[in-house]
Design a protein around this ligand. Structure first.
Ligand code: UDP
Ligand code: MG
Length: 133
């Protein structure tokens, strides 16, 4: 099924000028970039975006981090794009991500793991609306 998902290039990767590498990696792997913009969000916006994690011990640091510098938000479209993007990203912890995944290639640590991707159809819709509505 052709579907859409939300991808974010996080501050650590934008800072290292990895935007073009990451975009061409998606395109080479069957995901089309329908929309893309570079933005800097506030702590309040990051807290809203990540509110599913509000009870987690890492929530505050996570929200500070996502709002710490420019990010690139994208709508990716393709066959099973939600799971395909998750596969291309690799495990949340870069030290556990398999060879050939974005987080293995570029992730620095579990908190600076370079990319975000929606984890379900429901969240993809919510997250796309969050940045593009
Ligand atoms: N995170 C963290 N410490 C943890 C777990 C997660 O800093 O112990 C951060 C990490 O940047 C991750 C984000 O919180 O990407 C959201 O966590 P989630 O479990 O949803 O991982 P993801 O869906 O990004 O793989
Ligand atoms: Mg997640």
């Amino acid at each position: 099924m052709i579907e859409q998902t939300l991808s974010i290039i996080k501050p650590d990767a934008v800072e290292r000028n990895l935007e073009n590498n990451i975009k061409s990696f998606f395109e080479k792997n069957g995901l089309k970039i329908l929309k893309s913009k570079k933005v800097k969000i506030s702590k309040e916006e990051a807290s809203e975006f990540y509110k599913v994690h509000q009870t987690k011990p890492f929530y505050n640091d996570l929200c500070n981090y996502l709002s710490s510098g420019p990010i690139v938000v994208m709508i990716l479209e393709g066959e099973n794009s939600i799971s395909q993007n998750r596969k291309l990203m690799g495990a949340t912890d870069p030290s556990k991500a398999i060879e050939g995944t974005l987080r293995k290639m570029y992730g620095i640590s579990i908190d600076k793991n370079s990319v975000h991707g929606s984890d379900s159809a429901e969240n993809a819709k919510i997250e796309i609306d969050f940045y593009f509505k």
